[in-house]
Design a protein around this ligand. Structure first.
Ligand code: APR
Ligand code: PHB
Length: 393
């Protein structure tokens, strides 16, 4: 079997790249380890930067998002019993779109199916070969059969635990990592949101976040120790803890209900350099992870996709083959800035075990300073709505 671009992974990165390339007439094959239902069963973030919104429209998959997504002009920071609004639109002229990653993935899967482009779900033993040659290939098994896919390029869109990054010989990549000493316990519920916009709350007992998927579906989080087990968190215990971390009037208006999903996610910052090797490009979570504070994970995957897509267009339409070597350098500029913002938001808003009273006062002063100054609020806002995509030239 032959294609132009072999895409490993049918998460948002792989599907979005596949859709953009399909629209441009560039053939792709997607290989995904799991079933489509399994991929759709994962609950992930739900805030889209304008750059990603525009990219989804460009890919021809923006219609349902534009109908059902919620445009938010701001968000709130809660601390010391008060709520302070960051006016994204007023400060930057830009907004964010509330639309779940699950829905983005579903729209992309529907578009791929309609396009007739080839996708192999339940593809096992995916292995990458001859990355340094002009004709790399991928082998995998499907329904008990071993198959070979020849291609020009491979896009490793297979997430943090995928095979693509691990296929690069040792010594080539440099890894940068920070593991945080806590996780987020998340609950999805069919309840009306406690506020019109997202509320990020810093509290002595730990961080909390009030988010939403729609006017009738909410997603709430509380910071928990890494040793915590989800079985130990009844719905009642979760709601009680969330309320304690919110300003009193916010807690009083919180509507609780049975959880539809409950899970704990660890927090990590991670980047590999470079994000490519020979004919393989690493895209999205395969190359970098951010902690969820600031909602940058999915958006950063989208900016990688945009960069790779524009490079491949120049390669195939204008014969600019040398541009491919610049993928990593172009992506990493934006990746590190998003890493910085996610790390900074995480550092400022969470309770770190074993930090002294002085450090806690510094955290609080930093928050107070940033929300109290227009320069500070603008800095938060321009990062939250998303820094500009790096030009490909
Ligand atoms: N072979 C084939 N597919 C694989 C393999 C493999 N060896 N390993 C992993 N995959 C698949 C996974 O099953 C998953 O569906 O690759 C896909 C990777 O998808 P994601 O983890 O969602 O990563 P990505 O598409 O880069 O999405 C960006 O942003 O909000 C964050 O972490 C969140 O998933 C989100 C990410
Ligand atoms: C979410 O809705 O799941 C969400 C929103 C904002 C974040 C992280 C997660 O920063």
């Amino acid at each position: 079997m032959k294609t132009r671009v072999a895409i490993i992974g049918a998460g948002p990165s792989g599907l979005l790249l596949g859709q953009l390339l399909h629209k441009a007439g560039i053939d792709t094959v997607i290989l995904e380890r799991q079933s489509a239902d399994h991929v759709l069963g994962r609950i992930r973030a739900g805030v889209l930067e304008q750059g990603m919104v525009e990219l989804l429209r460009e890919a021809g998959v923006g219609a349902r998002m534009d109908r059902e997504g919620l445009v938010h002009d701001g968000f709130e920071l809660a601390f010391d019993g008060r709520r302070e609004r960051i006016d994204l639109k007023g400060l930057t002229g830009r907004t964010v779109m509330i639309y779940g990653q699950t829905e983005v993935t579903r729209d992309l899967m529907d578009a791929r199916r309609a396009s007739g482009a080839r996708t192999f779900y339940n593809a096992a033993e995916v292995a990458l070969h001859d990355l340094q040659s002009d004709r790399p290939h991928v082998t995998f098994t499907h329904n008990g059969e071993t198959l070979r896919l020849d291609c020009d390029y491979i896009a490793g869109c297979d997430g943090f635990h995928g095979v693509a990054r691990r296929s690069i010989p040792t010594g080539v990549l440099r890894e940068f990592e920070r593991v945080y000493p806590f996780g987020w316990l998340g609950v999805l519920a069919d309840t009306p949101p406690v506020a019109e916009e997202l509320v990020y709350a810093a509290h002595e007992r730990g961080f909390a976040l009030c988010s939403m998927r729609s006017p009738t579906r909410t997603r709430y989080y509380v910071q928990v120790g890494i040793e915590e087990r989800v079985e130990d968190w009844s719905d009642a215990r979760f709601w009680e803890e969330l309320k304690r971390r919110l300003p009193a009037d916010t807690a009083a208006s919180l509507v609780t209900g049975p959880s539809l999903e409950k899970s704990i996610a660890p927090l990590r910052s991670f980047v590999v350099e470079p994000m490519q090797h020979g004919r393989l490009f690493l895209v999205g979570d395969a190359a970098h992870i951010v902690p969820p504070t600031g909602a940058k994970g999915l958006n950063l995957a989208a900016s990688d996709v945009s960069t790779l897509y524009r490079i491949l267009l120049a390669v195939y339409r204008e014969g600019r083959h040398a541009l491919a070597a610049r993928y990593s350098e172009i992506c990493l500029k934006r990746v590190w800035k998003a890493e910085r913002f996610s790390w900074w938001m995480t550092s400022m808003l969470h309770r770190f075990p074993d930090t002294d009273a002085f450090s806690r006062r510094m955290q609080r002063a930093e928050l107070d300073y940033f929300v109290g100054s227009e320069a500070g609020r603008t800095s938060i806002a321009e990062n939250y709505v998303g820094l500009p995509y790096e030009p490909v030239e």
